[in-house]
Every structure is written in structure tokens, then in C-alpha cells.
Design a protein around this ligand. Sequence first.
Ligand code: IMP
Ligand code: MG
Length: 177
Amino acid sequence: MRIKELKQVFDEEQIRTRVADLAAEISALYDGEALVAVCVLKGGFMFFSDVIRRLEGPQVEVDFVRLASYGIAATSNRTISFVKDVELSLAGKHVLVVEDIIDTGHTMDFLLRQFAARGAKSLRLAVMVDKQERREVPVNADFTGFALPGGFIVGYGLDYAERYRELPAIFEVIPEY
Ligand code: IMP
Ligand code: MG
């Protein structure tokens, strides 16, 4: 794909405001309890670091996972596996997964099932961008930054072929036809 332009969809100020609101919502929900915040690499890294630094109240431990997806995108024949698992035990803990995007839902369906089997006290999902209309398997986020119907976006942690993750805002990739 040749890129014609990057069209901004959420600017830095919108992201900052939304992240602050989400952090307040999350802080209120855990109300001073201990929490394991799990960042889904690589895409979640910027959103994760912005959210957790604004949490007030919960005693936070952080950990990281990286997942790989094989098979044909846009079919349900997808196999997800861990490239890197968390290092902390999740048993008896409140666990908050922090992901960049939920698209078809396959990735988070896999991760949440895996984590649910580890005896967490609670398991919740915070997502920066939810593309609800593209779901192939049902997955619901407990905390959502922004909703989008579709389109491929980059920046603020998100990549296209490993590029643009460092951009401070979120852009839609407009291809050349
Ligand atoms: P799902 O399993 O289809 O929900 O896949 C979600 C994963 O695909 C996300 O964790 C992203 O890494 C990636 N992804 C989906 N849509 C986009 C996008 O618009 N930009 C960048 N990555 C995306
Ligand atoms: Mg991802």
C-alpha cells in the first residue's frame, strides 16, 4: 500500500483529555485497591504509560505481554499466541489489560480467556480505540478511549509496518488508489 496522506483523527489535546477522564474512571472503580496493569505490546505502550501515570489511589504493579497472530486477517481462522507472557502471577489480583485497538476481537478474546483461567480476582479491559462495528467475536471493553467505525490508524503507539508509532496524535492512513 502506498500512502497518500495521514489525516489527523484525534489530536494531542483530545487524547490528553480523554486519557485523564479514563484514568479518573479507573481510579474511582478500583478505589485504592491493588491492581496489576498489563500493557499489550507494542501498540499499547504510549496509551498505557499515559493512563497509569494518572491513576490516583490504586496501588499499581505493571507487566507486559506481546501477542502474535497467524492466519488470514478478516477470517475467524486466526491463531493467537504469546510472544511474551506476563511475569507476575495474576492469581487473586485485580487485573486491568490495556490494549491499543479492538478490531475483530480475536486478540483480546484470546488474552482474556487465558487470563481468566489464572484465577484473577477481577479482569477488566481498557482500550484506546474500539472499532466495535468490525467485531467477529464478542469482546467488550470496560473503559474505552475513542470509538471508530473503521479505517486504519497510526500514531500514539500504533503502527503501519512498524512506522509512525512515535507520533503524538492519531492519524488515519489514506492510501493512494
Ligand atoms: P483484532 O484481533 O482484530 O481485534 O486485532 C487487534 C490488533 O490489530 C490490535 O491490537 C492492533 O495491534 C491491530 N490493529 C487493528 N486495527 C489497527 C489499526 O487501525 N492500526 C494499527 N493497528 C491495528
Ligand atoms: Mg495490538
